[in-house]
Ligand binder design. Structure first.
Ligand code: AIR
Length: 485
């Protein structure tokens, strides 16, 4: 049952401003006020005929009605301005839960508005797409990345070409930026903590990044938050692999830190293989994760603001045939209650972390339909690139919005979509470009290239989104295009 406040918003939103003024204001409310005034006059004994009194009171009634109507118009105008923020919780109870503040000034803190300078640690493809989103909204961007050819530098106003812990570069960021974020969990969490200490809003916090950077800390946090994870063994030294480890076999040995895009992972079937894998990783801390019987992999990406509003993107179904994401299919072809549960788990985790920004949660659907969290990323995610073309707000715009203390944009899906990654493998050995012809002539396919100078096998060079009538149709076309590259 919608509340009174919700019904009022609904009427105002549906009514349109001028209709409110004319119909309800001058005529409707005018007549009502006239009758009221005439009733008062008759009551005080001033007039004999009630209808004559109504007639006499008409000008005053219309004036009062118009004033009331105009106040409604003001309200309607306010509604129009705020409409963008307003999501009726009754309309979309599962996808998005927002706390709507209707009082001016009720929102804690101040919004950071364009043309403020925003800072980002890391200038890879995720930083590049963030920069494009921020620049589109009128912000300026400073990127810190040691690579002189960092993809984000093509669009950024300032590129600080230094390491992520360079004191001078960090001081420059703190001095010039109104808010700072990151695009790569391999950046230094200490740098983020230092920046926050200088008084700049940093999101996500250094604490959240530190948790996501370390698989052991990450898994412990998720478990303590009461959410399901795959069974794992923390392997700090080879001694942890002694004894009976059959409960985690066959499994995957993953380095606790600095692994991404399938890097730092080896599949192991026996204890001996686990030892060999650990020496390959030069005995750095690892986790041994048990391989689970899986139906499929999905991800739930949420945006959370400092005020606690959370918006969830539709869940994507992900395929990683070689350990690197190949395609994301949206909406995920899973039971709706599973998708909803995944979103709820991501929201719960974001709240437990007191997270600010875009948080990606990768999950496994096991054979018995139960969900376990695989890993999290404290930033926009490859499996969320579909949002650039298929949702009302992209994950990169959400990152800007969250760090600037704006409300999250609407995350609704406009069309079923399939995202296909373009890895360096599709480029020629001599660096020659793939055959773009078919992709570029398909009106419903959208190409995004990252401008990386060097194409290496397994390196993410770009992606494309194919929008279709259904996820299956989009997938069919996306695969056909893939064949032609
Ligand atoms: N990234 C971060 N975590 C996982 C991924 N894929 C993105 C970031 C980072 C870039 O990958 O944008 O800057 C690094 O890509 P590469 O190809 O230079 O290793």
């Amino acid at each position: 049952m919608p509340s009174r406040e919700q019904r009022r918003w609904q009427r105002v939103r549906e009514g349109g401003c001028w209709r409110s003024v004319l119909l309800f204001g001058a005529l409707g409310w005018g007549s009502a006020f006239s009758i009221l005034f005439a009733g008062l006059e008759q009551w005080t004994g001033e007039v004999q005929s009630f209808w004559l009194a109504v007639f006499n009171a008409l000008p005053l009634g219309f004036l009062a009605g118009a004033i009331y109507g105009w106040s409604r118009w003001g309200y309607a105008l306010l509604a129009k301005v705020r409409e963008h923020h307003y999501v009726d919780p009754e309309e979309e109870p599962k996808r998005i839960k927002m706390t709507v503040k209707t009082q001016a000034g009720a929102r804690p803190g101040h919004a950071i508005l364009p043309p403020a300078m925003l800072g980002i640690l890391g200038g890879g493809q995720l930083g590049r797409m963030f920069t494009v989103a921020a620049k589109t909204m009128g912000y300026r961007v400073t990127v810190l990345d040691p690579d002189p050819h960092a993809p984000a530098a093509d669009f950024a106003d300032v590129h600080l070409c230094q390491n992520y812990h360079d004191a001078e570069a960090l001081a420059e960021l703190a001095r010039t930026c109104a808010a700072i974020t990151t695009e790569f969990e391999n950046v230094s969490a200490d740098s983020m903590r230092w920046l926050a200490k200088q008084g700049v809003p940093v999101s996500p916090s250094g604490e959240c990044v530190a948790i996501a950077q370390d698989r052991i800390a990450e898994k412990n946090f998720i478990r303590e938050a009461g959410l399901a994870i795959a069974p794992f063994l923390a392997v700090n030294t080879a001694a942890d692999l002694e004894g009976d480890i059959s409960a985690w076999l066959p499994g995957i040995l993953k380095t606790a830190r600095l692994g991404y895009d399938g890097k730092g992972q080896i599949r192991v079937k026996t204890a001996e293989e686990a030892h060999i894998a650990l020496s390959e990783f030069k005995h750095q801390p690892c986790v041994l994760e048990k391989m689970l019987p899986l139906k499929c992999e999905i991800s739930a990406i949420v945006t959370r603001t400092a005020a606690g509003e959370i918006a969830s993107f539709p869940v994507s179904e992900n395929e990683h045939p070689t350990g690197i994401l190949d395609v994301s299919i949206v909406p995920a072809r899973v039971k709706p209650e599973i998708a909803e549960q995944a979103q709820a788990m991501a929201q719960q985790l974001a709240a437990a972390l007191d997270y600010v920004g875009v948080l990606a949660v990768e999950l496994f659907i096991q054979d018995d339909d139960s969900l376990v969290i695989n890993e999290i990323a404290p930033r926009p995610h490859n499996s969320g690139h579909f949002t650039q073309d298929a949702t009302l707000t992209s994950q990169f715009e959400q990152q800007v919005r969250a760090m600037c203390n704006l409300y999250p944009g609407k995350p609704d899906l406009i069309s079923p979509v399939v995202m296909v990654n373009l890895l360096g493998d599709v480029w020629g050995e001599d660096g020659s470009e793939p055959n773009w012809e078919v992709l570029m002539t398909a009106p419903n396919a959208k190409l995004h290239l990252y401008g990386k100078k060097e194409a290496r096998p397994g390196r993410k060079m770009g992606h494309y989104n194919v929008l279709g009538e259904s996820a299956d149709k989009a997938l069919e076309q996306a695969r056909a295009i893939q064949e032609t590259l």
